[in-house]
Design a protein around this ligand. Structure first.
Ligand code: SAH
Length: 241
C-alpha cells in the first residue's frame, strides 16, 4: 500500500488511510512523517530514513512486500502528488516485472487543497500546480511551465517553493507572474498546514517573496479574478455573473 497521510497529523488523514495503516505489518517512510504518525504505529516494524533516500526506501518496501509482508509506504499529503506512488510502481516493475503483487494507492489531502482551505477558496477555478524544485527537473522546463500558467491565467500553486540552497527560483517565479498579472494580485502563503506552527499569510504578487517561505510552505498565486474578501482569498467560480 502507498498511503497518503494528508498534510499533518492523524486528524487530516482519511478513514481509508487510517484503515490501511491499521492493516500494515511494516511501515516505510521518511523519518519526519513516521514521527507524525508515531501513535498510530504502536509496536509495528518501521523502516525509516532521510530525504534523498526515497529510492532505497522503495526498494526495501518492495523487497519486504515480495517476501510476503503487508507493507505501507507512507507519503505526506497525497502519494501521487510529488509523492512515492510512482516510484513504488517503477521499482516493483524493475524488481519483479511479472509479480502479481497488488499495490493499492490510498489518496490523501494534498498541500494545495489543505492550504487553499486555510486561505479561503482560491482554487474554485482552473489551477496549475508547479514544483519549483530543480533537483530532478531542469530549471528551464520549470520556467516554461510557470510562463504558460501565468499566460493562461491559471491560479497557480507552488510546491517546494524555496530552500536554503534554492533562493533565486521563487523570486524568478514572482517576476514571471508580474509580467502577466498586476502587482496587487492576491497571493496566499501557508506554512505547516495542519501541523504545529501553522501560519497563514494573505499577501500580493509584489510582496510575497519577502515572507518566510521555505520547504514547509505552499504558495497560491491568484488569477485575474481572485479577490480578498474579509481577509480570505476567493476566486469566483462565476455563479453570480
Ligand atoms: N505529496 C505531498 C507533496 C510533497 S512535495 C502532498 O501531496 O502534499 C513537498 C512540498 O509540499 C513542500 O515543499 C510544500 O510546498 C508542500 N507541503 C507539504 N506539506 C505541507 C504542509 N503541511 N504545509 C504547507 N505545505 C506543505
Amino acid at each position: 500500500m502507498v498511503v497518503g497521510l494528508g498534510p499533518g497529523g492523524a486528524e487530516g488523514m482519511t478513514a481509508g488511510a487510517l484503515e490501511a495503516l491499521g492493516q500494515a505489518e511494516v511501515i516505510v517512510g521518511y523519518h519526519v512523517y513516521i514521527e507524525l504518525i508515531r501513535d498510530l504505529i504502536g509496536s509495528r516494524e518501521v523502516v525509516s530514513s532521510g530525504m534523498t533516500q526515497e529510492l532505497e526506501r522503495c526498494r526495501q518496501a518492495v523487497r519486504l512486500a515480495l517476501s510476503g509482508k503487508r507493507v505501507a509506504v507512507v507519503s505526506s499529503g497525497d502519494p501521487g502528488v510529488y509523492g512515492m506512488a510512482g516510484l513504488v510502481l517503477e521499482v516493483l516493475e524493475q524488481a519483479a516485472p511479472d509479480s502479481r503483487l497488488s499495490v493499492k494507492i490510498i489518496p490523501g489531502v494534498t498541500a494545495a487543497t489543505a492550504a487553499a482551505a486555510l486561505l479561503g477558496a482560491p482554487l474554485t477555478h482552473d489551477f496549475a500546480v508547479i514544483s519549483l524544485s530543480d533537483r530532478l527537473t531542469p530549471w528551464d522546463l520549470i520556467v516554461r511551465r510557470l510562463e504558460m500558467a501565468a499566460r493562461g491565467d491559471f491560479v497557480t500553486v507552488l510546491y517546494n517553493p524555496r530552500s536554503h540552497g534554492r533562493q533565486i527560483q521563487l523570486r524568478q517565479a514572482g517576476e514571471i507572474f508580474l509580467k502577466h498579472r498586476p502587482s496587487e494580485t492576491p497571493v496566499g502563503v501557508v506554512r505547516n498546514a495542519g501541523r504545529d506552527g501553522e501560519e497563514v499569510w494573505v499577501s500580493n504578487l509584489q510582496k510575497f517573496t519577502g515572507l518566510p517561505v521555505d520547504m514547509l510552505t505552499t504558495v497560491i498565486i491568484g488569477n485575474s479574478q481572485t479577490r480578498i474578501l474579509n481577509g480570505r482569498l476567493v476566486t469566483p467560480r462565476g455563479y453570480q455573473t
